[in-house]
Design a protein. Structure first.
Length: 187
C-alpha cells in the first residue's frame, strides 16, 4: 500500500499515518495534546514521540490543560526520572507554560484554525522535495502563539502541527491517503 515517504514500516507509524496524520482535528483536548507532543518532538524523530505518547498521557494527566497548568516543579523533577518519556526539563516546563497559555485563550481551536481560514488546505505535492518545512501561515501561527505565552512553537513545529492536525493536508499524491483526504469536503 503506497504511503508518504516519511512513513517507515513500524506498525505504530503506519497506524499513525493511515488513521491520524492529516485528518482535520477540531477537538480542543486532542489539539492541545498534539501541540505539546510536537514540542516534545523538537530535535527528535516523530516515531520517538509516538512510542512515548501513551506514557505521556499517563503522567501528564491525559493532557488536561487545567491540571498541567498547575504542575509543580517537584512533579517536573519526578517526571525527569521517568524513562518512559523524553526527559527534558525545558520541554516539561514548556508543557506547563503552554497549558497556562492555552487556558488564557478565549477559543484556542478557533485561533489555531484561523491560520487556514477555518478550512483544511489541500496541497497537491507529488514528491518529498515539494513539501515545505515552513509556510507563511506557520510563521504567523508561531508569532501568535509566542505572543500568547507559548513556547516550543517555532514555525517548523507549527507547520508540522498543521500537517498532523489536518489544517493542511500534505499526503503526497502517490499516497493512498491523499485520495481519501483530498476528496473530503471541508469540515
Amino acid at each position: 500500500m503506497p504511503r508518504c515517504f516519511w512513513c517507515t514500516d513500524d506498525p505504530l507509524y503506519i497506524h499513525y499515518h493511515d488513521h491520524e496524520w492529516g485528518v482535520p482535528l477540531r477537538d480542543g483536548q486532542r489539539l492541545f495534546e498534539l501541540l505539546l507532543l510536537e514540542g516534545f518532538q523538537a530535535g527528535l524523530s516523530w516515531i520517538t514521540v509516538l512510542k512515548k505518547r501513551q506514557r505521556y498521557r499517563e503522567v501528564l494527566f491525559g493532557f488536561d490543560p487545567q491540571r498541567l497548568a498547575h504542575l509543580s516543579d517537584e512533579e517536573i523533577d519526578g517526571l525527569m526520572q521517568d524513562p518512559g518519556i523524553i526527559r527534558n526539563r525545558l520541554k516539561l516546563r514548556a508543557a506547563r507554560q503552554n497549558a497556562q497559555a492555552w487556558l488564557r485563550l478565549a477559543d484556542p481551536v478557533a485561533l489555531l484554525w484561523s491560520f487556514v481560514d477555518g478550512v483544511p488546505r489541500i496541497n497537491h505535492f507529488e514528491a518529498r522535495g515539494q513539501v515545505p518545512a515552513i509556510t507563511a501561515e506557520a510563521e504567523a501561527m508561531s508569532r501568535a502563539l509566542k505572543k500568547a505565552g507559548f513556547t516550543f512553537v517555532g514555525p517548523t513545529i507549527c507547520y508540522a502541527y498543521m500537517q498532523a492536525s489536518g489544517m493542511v493536508m500534505d499526503h503526497t499524491t502517490d499516497c493512498r491517503r491523499y485520495a481519501e483526504l483530498a476528496g473530503r469536503a471541508p469540515l
